[in-house]
Design a protein around this ligand. Structure first.
Ligand code: MLC
Ligand code: AMP
Length: 501
């Protein structure tokens, strides 16, 4: 099998239809995507990428970046996308770990990356927002490239996610993982070739890459393509769309526009939310304003989508719905026995959607799965008597800001090295726009006053912008639990109102 071949089955009856339509009306048909991805796969092969080889990618969102993803699939290569916001030091970690055969970067980043590329003896080609750069040079649309056959378990993509240590782990997603989930979602959400999906998500994470593109390509739907999330542009695009997928911040921002309402959603049949908790308040306001009940679903990088509120049945705010077909979920207590309905415990999942292995970390595999093959999500949840799952918290020390994950440890270890700082606790506190905002609470050692601007600039040079604390707070002592661990829950409680006005 090859995930791309499954796409091809889905869209081959619609080859002359628009697959992707941009703001300015430019469009790519499915035939364009098929031919260009074949031609690019051929070029990747000439550049030394072979089956199983990694292609690391840090580029802006563009149709050509989608074609690159499809080309990697067709070649049997492993697509490794990265957030363009990552700094050189973050990138350096990922490239050392992934050891790719090829790096694709933005033309403007090529110079800055030169030293790292020579140190890693890595070839680098460029791809700009409009398809400019060396990657597509001499790539002609005509191609008879034959999509490479893969075993279902062979790697299709490599994405990173961190645990409590703040050190990112590579998650290997197979052709089967991706296809199993995309097939289930097309059915669960009633996707067809008549749909127009509003795509305003980034394409370096599961949500915009596998969930959104997967649903569209599996059935030959069209996509209305936005390079970034902008409320004015989204409102215009909604008028030509039938489905939108977004993180809660996307819905909060739509609602913050007083003009947004019924008139914007006349052609829409479905709004899907995920990647972070959707507040009941947002769900209700959205229904009042548009008449639509947002469908909330739950997933993660390691598993793609696990549960979803129903398309036809009752969508319950504050829940992420029952498990999707083919996915088993259970909530267990400390003895790993399922707890009764309505009780909170650790959420475990199992199914063809769930990854099998971390990249080159066999020890982590063992601790991440139970003996009977369930993956430990690190989320705290309950399942009610009707089978609806609610995510009530996280065991993992992770902040989700605007749908992007931030790992406190990574930031704390940098802050703790700053002159005058004895220790720090980084927390997420409620924020109207981002859901949670990153806040750093510091204890000074008395040797120097805090140079907050200097600390912020130093963090900025090392961390992607969305990880930067929105506020620094200095206190005398961090709260600790009986084990001596920093009491993050107490800190979160103390600063819960920080952004409330
Ligand atoms: C940007 N900024 C953020 C931020 N994004 N701050 C906190 N959290 C974020 N997520 C900051 C920048 O640092 C900058 O700060 C300022 O906001 C403007 O930057 P921008 O790039 O112009 O921001 P904007 O375009 O408004 O982007 C915000 C956003 C975007 C929410 C629209 O982050 C987004 O699209 N998020 C979706 C992420 C996503 O797709 N997640 C899915 C993960 S998959 P300054 O100070 O410099 O001005 C997954 C699995 C699953 O979780 O279940 O789906
Ligand atoms: P990531 O590994 O980056 O994909 O992040 C996955 C995590 O996001 C999950 O483990 C949850 O903690 C969280 N998440 C995703 N969707 C939801 C949702 N609908 N409600 C609450 N949390 C969610």
């Amino acid at each position: 099998m090859n995930f791309y071949t499954e796409f091809y089955h889905g869209f081959s009856a619609h080859l002359n239809k628009s697959a992707i339509v941009l703001n300015d009306g430019t469009s790519w048909t499915y035939l364009d995507l098929h031919q260009s991805s074949g031609a690019l796969a051929q070029k990747l092969r000439e550049l030394g990428v072979s089956k199983g080889g990694r292609v690391s990618v840090q580029v802006n969102k563009s149709v050509q970046a989608v074609i690159l993803y499809l080309a990697c699939l067709r070649l049997g290569a492993v697509f490794h996308p990265m957030n363009p916001a990552y700094t050189l030091s973050e990138l350096s970690f990922f490239l050392r770990d992934a050891s790719p055969d090829l790096m694709v970067c933005r033309p403007e980043a090529e110079f800055e990356l030169q030293d790292l590329m020579s140190e890693l003896e890595l070839s680098c080609v460029t791809l700009g927002s409009s398809g400019d750069g060396s990657l597509f040079e001499n790539v002609t649309a005509q191609s008879d490239f034959e999509t490479v056959d893969c075993e279902p378990d062979e790697a299709a993509s490599l994405l990173y996610s961190s645990g409590t240590t703040g050190t990112p782990k590579g998650i290997v997603l197979s052709h089967q993982n991706l296809d199993a989930n995309a097939s289930v979602l097309v059915d669960a959400w009633g996707f067809s070739s008549d749909d127009v999906l509003l795509h305003a998500l980034p394409i370096f994470h599961v949500h915009g890459l596998f969930v959104a593109l997967g649903c569209a390509f599996k059935c030959g739907a069209s996509m209305r393509w936005l390079p970034a999330y902008d409320v004015v542009e989204v409102r215009k695009a909604l008028a030509e769309s039938t489905v939108m997928m977004g993180v809660p911040t996307h819905y909060v921002r739509l609602l913050s526009d007083p003009e947004f309402g019924n008139r914007d959603v006349k052609t829409m049949r479905l709004f899907v939310s995920g990647s972070a908790p959707l507040l009941t308040e947002t769900f209700e306001q959205f229904e009042q304003r548009t008449g639509h009940r947002i469908l909330e679903r739950y997933g993660m990088t390691e598993t793609n989508m696990n549960t979803s509120n129903p398309l036809m049945g009752e969508r319950r705010p504050g829940t992420v719905g029952p498990p999707l077909p083919g996915v088993s979920v259970k909530v267990v207590g400390t003895s790993e026995e399922s707890v009764p309905a309505g009780e909170i415990g650790d959420l475990l999942v199992k199914g063809d959607n769930v990854f099998k292995t971390y990249w080159q970390l066999p020890d982590k595999n063992a601790e991440s799965f139970t003996e009977d093959g369930y993956f430990r999500t690190g989320d705290k949840a309950l399942i009610d008597a009707d089978g609806y799952v609610s995510i009530v918290g996280r065991e993992k020390d992770m902040i989700i800001s605007g749908g992007l994950n931030v790992y406190p440890k990574e930031i704390e270890s940098l802050i703790d090295r700053w002159p005058g700082v004895m220790e720090s606790g980084v927390i997420g506190v409620p924020h109207q726009d981002f859901g949670e905002a990153v806040v750093a609470v510091l204890v000074l050692d008395g040797t120097a006053d805090l140079d907050e601007a200097g600390l912020d600039a130093s963090l900025k040079s090392k961390l992607a912008n969305f990880k930067l604390p929105k506020r620094y707070i200095t206190i005398d002592e961090l709260p600790r639990n009986t084990m001596g661990k920093v009491g993050k829950a107490a800190l979160r409680g103390q600063y819960a109102e920080l952004f409330s006005d």
